[in-house]
Design a protein around this ligand. Structure first.
Ligand code: NAP
Length: 382
């Protein structure tokens, strides 16, 4: 009797402790939106969002211009691009609140891919100097400037591609490269890419060709010709044909969409084939993210008891892989596909389109070269 009472009151106490913690976490979750810029600091324009919601929460605002530390590089951004995470991270969904701040988004700056010109470097930086053209990955990329650690994801821009193309490459290119490696890709294999026409897919298709594999691209009708032009050996239009019902068996299934069951995907893999689950489709577009997330976890768990493996991964934004990607672009083996370029003031419009889940390649935000910064706004600040 006594033990029962202890268990009962223990459970009740834990429940109330959890509720209290959640309540405190919710009300203490805040961000830097109310903070003013210290007097005398230089300013710049950046995209910022202070609350969750529709793309209209994205505003062009004045923020403090970053100052590089000894081991940092200050880059004047010329182009930044959007990825599927950016389409979902602003949405008012319980999953984004859990990831990014219960009440308000903790990180208010927007975008991760950038390309631009080095404006200044810290005194320990040896790889870059002012005037170098670079690209890479850094949170808050949709801004006039970003500061990046020299040793992180920043490399020189190949001369044969534009700032817009370089600004489209970081996240999607690394996701494609690391995913294909997770699939243990090598020459002569048969690779199928589900969602071959999006940001990650267009890189995956070209990188898989650069690895000398036979590539089948799965995309919608409007993208069939583009997939062919990027080098696909076979293209399946998913509006006419189910790629999981064909006779072909693949060594690697690179899945950007995650809209097929475990057994459907297993069916088209060779006996020791690998399914790499890059994502669960553009969460901005799909209504059942929980099901798809659960699907990736159960698929990788179930595959532990099978010869065919289902692999999940999180992209690592590192200099080594970014250099490999840069070299592929320099050799002309990979060319970023940019469907549309927007001015910063139309970032919300770009995100609205991204949330529909059918972008061809990438959407790029162009940062105007002549936009206002430092002196003019510092004057304003005085
Ligand atoms: N693992 C990581 O760390 C990591 C990092 C970045 C991204 N990701 C994930 O990678 C995935 C792809 O990202 P993304 O940036 O490429 O997304 P995206 O640009 O929105 O591309 C989605 C593509 O999926 C295609 N698609 C939509 N419905 C389809 C269907 N029923 N069958 C086949 N294709 C379909 C669309 O092509 P059509 O227009 O032709 O339909 C579109 O081009 C996302 O799930 C994202 O979450 C993962």
């Amino acid at each position: 009797m006594k033990i029962k009472r202890i268990i009962k009151w223990g459970a009740v106490s834990i429940f109330f402790a959890l509720i209290t913690c959640l309540f405190i976490a919710y009300w203490t979750s805040t961000n830097d939106c109310g903070r003013s810029i210290p007097p005398g600091s230089e300013r710049m324009k950046a995209i910022r969002y202070c609350a969750y919601g529709s793309p209209d929460v994205l505003k062009v605002e004045q923020v403090e211009k970053p100052v590089p530390n000894d081991n940092e590089v200050l880059v004047r951004v010329r182009a930044a691009s959007l990825n599927s995470l950016e389409a979902v991270i602003i949405r008012d969904l319980w999953i984004t609140r859990l990831m990014s701040g219960l009440r308000k988004p903790k990180v208010t700056r927007f975008g991760r891919d950038f390309a631009g010109v080095v404006e200044a470097v810290g005194k320990s930086v040896s790889e870059f100097k002012a005037g170098n053209e670079v690209f890479g990955v850094k949170w808050g990329a949709v801004a006039e400037y970003v500061c990046v650690f020299e040793q992180r994801a920043i490399v020189s821009k190949p001369a044969n591609i534009t700032f817009e193309q370089a600004g489209a490459a970081g996240v999607a290119g690394l996701t494609a490269l690391q995913g294909l490696r997770k699939g243990n890709i090598h020459a002569g294999q048969k690779v199928v890419i589900n969602g071959a026409s999006g940001g990650v897919g267009t890189f995956a298709l070209q990188i898989a060709k650069a690895f000398d594999t036979e590539v089948t691209a799965v995309c919608s009708t409007r993208n069939v010709e583009m997939a062919r032009s990027l080098g696909a050996d076979h293209v399946i239009d998913y509006t006419n044909e189910d790629f999981t019902r064909g006779d072909q068996r693949y060594d690697v299934l690179f899945d950007n969409v995650g809209n097929r069951s475990f057994s459907e995907r297993r069916r088209i893999l060779k006996p020791h084939g690998i399914c790499v689950m890059a994502g669960i489709g553009s969460m901005g577009a799909i209504d059942d993210p929980l099901n798809r997330i659960a699907g990736t976890f159960t698929a990788s768990l179930r595959s532990r008891f099978a010869d065919q493996k289902f692999e999940r991964y999180t992209t690592a934004f590192n200099k080594t892989d970014l250099t490999f990607l840069r070299d592929l672009m320099e050799e002309g083996k990979v060319t970023p596909v940019v469907e549309k370029t927007y001015p910063v003031s139309e970032t919300a419009e770009a995100v609205r389109y991204l949330q529909q889940g059918h972008v061809r390649g990438k959407l790029v935000i162009k940062i105007a070269e002549e936009s206002t910064h430092s002196h003019e706004t510092t004057e304003e600040n005085r």
